[in-house]
Ligand binder design. Structure first.
Ligand code: ZN
Length: 501
């Protein structure tokens, strides 16, 4: 058996190779969404390249040498440091996840979700759920089967939640979401009943080149490093990459400038997390993000807590008015600020404000859970979706396109992902509560366009931790309290009640 020093060196070498392969794959996916020429053969070639890489990643991740190194290290744990133990814990998790799935199952699942994706695009276009239903049934069945390969007992939905936020349990989410729902449904009612209306519809005709240079100024100022990153245009905004090379995307429309601005701040928040992971351990779990909820807590904090605050616009409003003098003529500062924080009943999750967004997530979580528990069948999904939308958000979607067919997650086989968005909002509010105590003049700094102290707080407490702690442990380690819905409820009440009283 190898001694711990040799086994650890050998393990991190293997992990480094897997990282090179996965980061190559994600770069090709980025390129597919940003640069790919339109001829069908280009997409076919890219599909083959990605599937060859996926096979290579699976092979590298299940190699006998990783198994041997892990066994050697696990039997000599006393010789290991805290950081080494974290690397081994996460490497073991990844190894088991890959090794327990038969390659034929993985191939079948990939094929099924690719077919479901295309069926979804067609079904959504036609607003016809029946075109998607059989594919969704298949995806659900495969998802349950996968959890059976991995987990011998317990709730199969727990397995899927754990995929995105390791260590988080369905019952924890249930408890947190039910507290949030109790507070948000009446808050939304108060806001919507108010005579003080607000709308983002007043921003029209913003030239794209000026939008682009403004959002680059903002994201540079908050700390995104364009020497090791870039921003391009894609259909959907996203962030991919790592410390060494981080890619953001956004999209532009002359009549919805806040969409590109806020999605860019959001993605830059993800990017700041990636760029803040330690470079010297890149390729190991010490330089990986904890999970989806913590990632989302970073993007949301910059987008909402910082980006929608009065202090933020104290600095940026004069510059925005200078760039878009014609378009903002006659719009006074208060109307401007209210437009940025407009709360409206929007059937589409991705277009929703930060208050109703959480209710959109609670809806999806409730339905997913019922699908996995066998309490709801796929064919009854549209009806259940509409009834729950009425209960939570107070309206019924006009069509399935605006309802159950709007998201790509389930067709792609991503169950258990939605809760991360809302857990991320809760976590962001919990960081925010603490960061305001730790940096007493934070608001002043933000009003002057200074973000360095805030960023170094996030670097030290979250980014530089890599995967040393799992989601709930990191939150408790940093804030001294378990994850709670209360800071998010308080933050939303404080921001929206004065605006809509
Ligand atoms: Zn995000």
């Amino acid at each position: 058996m190898k001694n711990p020093t040799d086994a650890y060196a050998s393990l991190t070498r293997s992990l480094g190779k897997i990282f090179d392969l996965t980061s190559t794959s994600s770069l090709l996916s980025w390129d597919e969404q940003v640069n790919l020429p339109s001829a069908p053969e280009c997409a076919q070639l890219r599909g083959r390249q990605l599937s060859t890489l996926a096979e290579a990643i699976h092979e590298a991740g299940t190699s006998p040498s990783i198994k041997e190194d892990l066994e050697a290290l696990e039997s000599q744990k006393d010789a290991l440091t805290f950081d080494q133990k974290a690397v081994i814990r996460e490497a073991r998790r990844d190894y088991d996840l890959k090794a327990k799935l038969p390659p034929s199952f993985v191939a079948e699942k990939t094929k099924a979700s690719s077919q479901a994706y295309h069926a979804w695009a067609e079904a959504r276009e036609a607003s016809d759920f029946s075109k998607l239903a059989p594919h969704l049934e298949r995806n659900l069945e495969l998802a349950k089967q996968e959890s059976a390969y991995q987990w011998l007992e317990g709730n199969p939905y727990d397995y899927w939640v754990d995929q995105f936020d390791p260590g988080v349990k369905t019952e924890t989410i249930e408890r947190l979401f039910s507290e949030l729902k109790e507070a948000l449904v009446p808050l939304l009612e108060t806001v919507l009943k108010s005579d003080n209306k607000a709308t983002a519809d007043i921003f029209k005709g913003f030239p794209v080149d000026k939008q682009r240079s403004f959002l680059i100024d903002v994201t540079t100022k908050i700390g995104f490093d364009y020497n090791s990153g870039r921003i391009d245009v894609a259909l959907h905004p996203f962030c991919s990459g790592s410390t060494s090379d981080c890619r953001l995307t956004t999209r532009f429309n002359e009549d919805t400038p806040l969409d590109s601005l806020y999605s860019s701040i959001h993605e830059a928040g993800h990017g700041l997390y990636e760029q803040g992971l330690p470079l010297e351990t890149e390729g190991t779990p010490l330089s990986e993000a904890v999970g989806s909820a913590i990632h989302e807590s970073q993007s949301r904090l910059w987008e909402n807590q910082v980006g929608r605050s009065r202090a933020f616009w104290k600095h940026w409003e004069p510059l925005y008015r200078k760039a878009f003098a014609l378009q903002l003529e006659g719009i006074d500062s208060e109307i401007f600020y209210r437009a940025i924080n407009a709360v409206e009943r929007n059937p589409i999750r991705v277009d929703s404000d930060e208050l109703t967004y959480n209710l959109h997530i609670i809806l999806r979580f409730t339905l997913e859970k019922r699908l996995f528990a066998g309490e709801l069948s796929v064919k009854d999904l549209p009806e259940a979706w509409n009834a729950l939308t009425q209960e939570l958000l107070g309206f019924t979607p006009k069509s399935d396109k605006e309802g159950v067919l709007q998201d790509v997650h389930w067709p792609c086989g991503f169950f258990g992902y939605f809760p991360s968005y809302c857990l991320g909002n809760m976590t962001a509010a919990q960081w925010w509560e603490l960061v305001q105590k730790d940096i007493p003049n934070l608001e002043e700094q933000i009003a002057q366009g200074e973000y360095a102290t805030l960023l170094s707080w996030l670097r030290k407490n979250i980014h530089e931790q890599g995967k040393r702690y799992r989601t709930l442990d990191l939150i408790e380690h940093v804030t001294g309290k378990p994850l709670s819905a209360k800071p998010l409820i308080a933050y939303l009440q404080e921001r929206y009640l004065p605006l809509y009283s």
